[in-house]
Ligand binder design. Sequence first.
Ligand SMILES: [Mn+2]
Length: 311
Amino acid sequence: MTSFAFQSDNRFLKVQAGSGVSPFTVAGIAWDGATTNRPGARFGPRAIREASHMLCDGVHPLFDVTPEGHLSDAGDLPLPNTSLEGMRAAMAPLVDALIRKQHMAWLGGDHSITLQLLRCYRRWLGRPLAVIHFDAHCDTWSDHFGEPSGHGTWVYEAIQEGLVVRECFMQIGIRSAGHREAREYVRDQGGLIFDARSLRGLESAEQLAPVVAQMRERLARHGQPPVYLSLDIDALDPAFAPGTGTPEPGGLTTNQVFTLLEELAGLPFVGMDCVEVSPPYDHAELSSYAAARFVWTYLCGCIARGAWQPA
Ligand SMILES: [Mn+2]
């Protein structure tokens, strides 16, 4: 497979290269062929890795751990730069092999990658997943401007395909314009939506405690399914993350996301992705730094409080 210029040979936190050598592994999915507005998320993995180097010798201030010694970087998946279908077909066996060996954190890429990731996890785990989904957009559209699939359809498709526990699909930060049918789809299916409006002014652990409690209660009530975290950087307000393809003012603060990631640590997470970082539209690398620190926080939370590991 050709290695494209935008693919990264850098490593997250400068950890060792490779897979199957540590309990946690990062991999990039440098593909942005399904973006609606501004492209550039194919450069995301490279920029997030670069930004992560700020954290190389860092011990997390809350979790008191460092991913060093727990983490490796498998590089960017060698994917064709062709159609969405072609990319997903090439992605499937690579993802299947990686998730069997270690707990993965995926660096996007646009949000269309998440559908194929969920298909692989669903097949591997043999049961539907809970999803915690940070995003400005509901991603529940039933078509992508005439195409069956894109970066704004994966939630609809994941629910339709039975990849997820409907009642345990939980969205945070939603505020995009759209018809009621799409906006309320997850709630209509039994899931939870904490839209950006309802989260205004809630930032500390105390203020967000009712949100966290509701999420934990929902998971407990449905047999504590394995949890997948999908974090679209555009959940943040463009003031905090301008480098993204479809920015929506009125979003979350970085502190709101950090508080939620910290308070949700210890859930049976099986993996995560951080998507839609588009470095060409970034300023002062704000979005890449936020993304790197979110991934780092997730990994430190998993190391300190426990998470799912392949048997
Ligand atoms: Mn989005």
